[in-house]
Design a protein around this ligand. Structure first.
Ligand SMILES: NC(=O)C1=CN([C@@H]2O[C@H](COP(=O)(O)OP(=O)(O)OC[C@H]3O[C@@H](n4cnc5c(N)ncnc54)[C@H](OP(=O)(O)O)[C@@H]3O)[C@@H](O)[C@H]2O)C=CC1
Ligand SMILES: O=C(O)[C@@H]1CCC=N1
Length: 290
């Protein structure tokens, strides 16, 4: 399937600096949507050459598996995507200081890491796009929050949006709201999986086979998400339609309310955002030691 946004990415050379699960989710989406040619994508990591070979096998992207190739891939890229864990970010970004040119576009997916810390680690006002995607990008159903440093041109904003629109939907937010995005959708798939684990366990407890409990749970979550998406109705309205007075659903919801289910969810999301800020602060302190 060709993509109408293809023109906006053109032949941009993209380098994934960090080649883990999030990098794979994005690059797979880009390749499958034909938004980028595999021959324009290089991947590199710290030391795991087998992983790079696996990505080459799966998507046809180019592994940069020696120091010379890594430096060449980074210095020649139009876009460098930072995809390492927050604890590895400061050291990894510092090494870019003498490799990158000042106008190369940086896109970060790293939780907590602010645009100003990236620029501090690079020692200059490099154009930076800060994002918070999620792993559903793997199947083109990602949700990504995006913010830009003031030095990112309108054309490059479009390019970054096209990249993440290729793997799902995007929401442009002011940078201080990226942690809120982390709380809602960056970590969000895990909350849904957690809920599904409980639904499956309860189904088995009630006598269903594990396979039947899983199949019924998966279809229920898919169907419920699709109902909200395709009808445009609020989840609360749709919930009320399922809940007959004094019926089975009411009994279930009242039980959840006794355990303060919604309050627990809200506090979890607030804590997630707070944890992202703490992790960002740790990296900022590391950067300040320069
Ligand atoms: N997973 C998720 O659901 C989401 C993750 N994120 C963010 O994405 C980032 C990556 O997460 P995830 O993909 O799960 O992590 P992974 O552990 O799967 O991947 C991390 C990658 O970074 C590489 N790396 C680490 N240090 C360096 C270095 N100095 N130079 C080059 N490469 C390096 C690792 O290489 P090697 O294996 O060789 O050490 C590995 O390829 C995190 O910052 C996270 O906050 C954002 C949204 C969602
Ligand atoms: O758990 C984490 O820190 C990462 C960031 C968002 C999802 N996973």
């Amino acid at each position: 399937m060709s993509n109408p946004d293809l023109a906006s990415l053109g032949g941009a050379a993209i380098c994934f600096y960090g080649a883990g699960s999030m990098a794979e989710a994005i690059l797979r989406g880009l390749v499958e949507a034909q938004l980028a040619k595999p021959s324009n994508i290089t991947v590199l990591n710290r030391s795991n050459a087998e992983r790079l070979a696996e990505l080459r096998e799966r998507y046809g992207v180019i592994p940069a598996d020696t120091d010379v190739k890594k430096e060449a891939a980074l210095s020649s890229a139009d876009v460098v995507i930072l995809g390492m864990k927050p604890k590895d970010a400061a050291n990894a970004i510092r090494t870019l200081r003498h490799i990158l040119r000042p106008n190369q576009l940086i896109i970060s997916v790293i939780a907590g890491l602010s645009i100003s810390t990236i620029q501090q680690l690079l020692g200059r006002d490099q154009p930076v796009v800060r994002t918070m995607p999620n792993t559903s990008s793997t199947i083109g159903l990602g949700a990504t929050g995006i913010s830009f440093s003031s030095s990112v041109s309108a054309e490059r904003r479009e390019l970054a949006l096209a990249m993440f629109n290729a793997v799902g939907m995007t929401a442009v937010v002011e940078e201080p709201l990226i942690e809120a995005v982390n709380g809602v959708s960056g970590s969000g798939p895990a909350y849904v999986y957690y809920l599904m684990e409980a639904m499956i366990e309860a189904g088995v407890q009630l006598g269903l086979s594990p396979d039947a409990a899983k199949a019924l749970t998966v279809q229920t979550v898919r169907g419920a998400a699709e109902m909200v998406y395709s009808t445009g109705e609020n989840p609360g309205e749709l919930r009320r339609k399922v809940t007959s007075p004094n019926g089975t659903t009411q009994a279930a919801i009242e039980t959840m309310a006794r355990f303060d289910f919604q309050e627990g969810m809200k506090q979890a999301i607030v804590r997630c955002a707070e944890r992202a800020r703490e992790m960002g602060e740790d990296i900022r302190r590391e950067a300040a030691q320069d």
